[in-house]
Design a protein. Structure first.
Length: 423
C-alpha cells in the first residue's frame, strides 16, 4: 500500500479546493515529512504535480462514470492513485491497486470495486475519455485531455480559430523546453557549454536548450550567473528595437521575468537603465540581481507607474512595459495556474493595462519607443489594448506587433507591440 496516500491526497485537495499555490504546499507539507527520504519526497511531489496537470481528466471521468465528486473523502485519494497508475508510475502497479482496495474499504464506497478497476486498468486515457463521452469530440473532450478549462478553450476558439486553439492545447501540454543564454556581464570565454551534452544550441532560435536531468536552477552555471534562462519573446524584443549609446532604457514590470537579466546583459555601460515595479517583493530575485550589478548608471525604484515620471532624470528612449496579465505561460512553472485561474480577473487586468500603457507613454521621448508585451494569449489583453491606445494617442504609431504562439519544440508564448512616438 502507498505510504501516506491520504496525506498526499489532502495536499492535492489543498491545491485544487483551497487554491493553495503548488510550491507553497510542497514546502509547507511534503518537504516536512520526516520519515521520507529526499528522493521519496520528490516522487510524491511528482505524483501530486501530475495529478494537478491531469485533474480535469479525472474530474470528468469520476463524475460522469461513477458519480464521485470533490466532496467525497475518497475522491482525491483515488485521483492520486490513478495518476500514478496512468502517468508517473513511481509505485508498483500491485501497490497502487492494493491502495485502491484500501480506499474503497475505508470509505465504504457504493461502487463496484471490480468494475472500477476493470474500467481503469489496462486502458489509455484517450480510450477512457471516448468511453465517458460516448465518442463525442467536443470542448469537454479537449478540456479533459489537455487540462484546460472549457471557458479558455471557447475563448481561444473565438479569438483565433479552432485549428489554432488545438495547436495551442497540444503545445502547452508538451514537455517544457528551457532555453538559456550566456551572461555577457561576466567573463564567459572559458564557459564551454558548446561541448556540454546537457546543452544543445538551437540555430533557429539562436539560444541554448537545456537537456540535462538535474534541476536547471541548481546547476553551477546558474548559481554563478554565467548563464540565465530566457525565452524567444524576450530575445526577439531586444533585437527588434533600435538603440544607441547613452540612450535611457526603462523597464516597468509586474511579472517575474528574465528581462531584468536580458536588459543588463544587452545594453552598453553608457546607457542609463531604470528598473521599476509596484511590488519588488514579488520580484525579489530579479531585484537582487539588479542590486548586485548596480552602478551610477543603473537605478531602481518601487512605485506605481504614475510615479515613474517624477523619478526619471530624462524621458526614455525605450520604455519596456510588462503589466500584470492572465499570464497563461505561468502554467509551466505552477501546474495549477490555468485550472485555478479566475477568469473574472481578466477584466480587472485589462482596465489596469490600459491605464499603464497611458502612463508609460508620458515617459517616452520623441522618436523613442514604447514596447508593450505580455506572456499570455488573449486578444483583449493584447491587440485590443494597443488598438484602443493608438486610436486615442495619435502621437504614437505602430511599428510592429506579433503574437508568439507555442509550438511543440518551443512552447513559450506571448505578445508584443512596438510603438514609436512621432511627435
Amino acid at each position: 500500500m502507498i505510504l501516506h496516500y491520504d496525506f498526499l491526497a489532502n495536499c492535492l485537495k489543498k491545491v485544487i479546493i483551497d487554491k493553495t499555490k503548488f510550491y507553497t504546499m510542497t514546502n509547507e507539507e511534503i518537504f516536512q515529512l520526516k520519515d521520507f527520504s529526499f528522493k521519496e519526497k520528490n516522487n510524491c511531489i511528482s505524483v501530486v504535480a501530475s495529478s494537478v496537470r491531469h485533474y480535469l481528466f479525472f474530474r470528468l471521468t469520476l463524475n460522469r462514470k461513477f458519480n464521485l465528486k470533490e466532496d467525497n473523502p475518497a475522491y482525491f485519494e483515488l485521483i492520486y492513485c490513478l495518476t500514478d497508475l496512468f502517468f508517473t508510475k513511481r509505485y508498483e502497479k500491485d501497490e497502487v491497486l492494493q491502495t485502491i482496495d484500501d480506499i474503497f474499504a475505508k470509505n465504504k464506497l457504493e461502487i463496484n470495486l471490480e468494475e472500477f478497476k476493470t474500467f481503469f486498468v489496462d486502458k489509455t486515457p484517450f480510450v477512457i475519455l471516448e468511453d465517458v463521452l460516448n465518442n463525442e469530440i467536443n470542448e469537454l473532450y479537449f478540456s479533459a485531455r489537455y487540462n484546460i478549462p472549457t471557458w479558455l478553450i471557447r475563448m481561444w476558439n473565438k479569438q483565433y480559430s479552432k485549428k489554432e486553439c488545438l495547436k495551442i492545447c497540444k503545445a502547452i501540454n508538451a514537455r517544457h523546453n528551457i532555453y538559456c543564454k550566456k551572461n555577457n556581464l561576466f567573463d564567459v570565454s572559458k564557459l564551454d557549454i558548446d561541448n556540454n551534452p546537457d546543452f544543445i544550441f538551437d540555430d533557429k532560435l539562436n539560444l541554448y536548450r537545456y537537456n540535462g536531468k538535474a534541476s536547471f536552477k541548481k546547476i553551477p552555471y546558474i548559481k554563478d550567473h554565467l548563464i540565465y534562462e530566457t525565452n524567444y519573446l524576450n530575445d526577439l524584443l531586444l533585437k527588434k528595437v533600435p538603440w544607441h549609446m547613452q540612450d535611457t532604457i526603462v523597464f516597468y514590470s509586474q511579472e517575474k521575468t528574465s528581462m531584468f537579466f536580458e536588459i543588463l546583459a544587452t545594453y552598453n555601460k553608457e546607457n542609463l537603465l531604470g528598473f521599476f515595479s509596484s511590488d519588488f517583493t514579488k520580484l525579489s530575485k530579479n531585484l537582487e540581481y539588479v542590486r548586485k550589478n548596480k552602478t551610477d548608471k543603473i537605478f531602481y525604484e518601487q512605485c506605481e507607474i504614475s510615479g515613474v515620471e517624477a523619478r526619471l532624470p530624462k524621458k526614455a528612449n525605450i520604455f519596456y512595459l510588462l503589466p500584470e496579465s492572465s499570464n497563461f505561460s505561468y502554467y509551466y512553472i505552477s501546474p495549477e495556474h490555468i485550472i485555478n485561474f479566475d477568469n473574472n480577473k481578466i477584466n480587472e487586468f485589462i482596465k489596469k493595462q490600459k491605464e499603464m500603457i497611458q502612463e508609460a507613454s508620458k515617459n517616452v521621448e520623441v522618436d523613442g519607443y514604447l514596447v508593450y508585451f505580455t506572456y499570455t494569449l488573449d486578444k483583449k489583453e493584447n491587440e485590443k489594448n494597443i488598438e484602443e491606445f493608438l486610436k486615442n494617442n495619435v502621437e504614437f504609431t505602430l511599428v510592429e506587433e506579433n503574437t508568439i504562439f507555442p509550438t511543440i519544440k518551443d512552447n513559450n508564448f506571448g505578445y508584443y507591440a512596438i510603438l514609436k512616438r512621432i511627435k
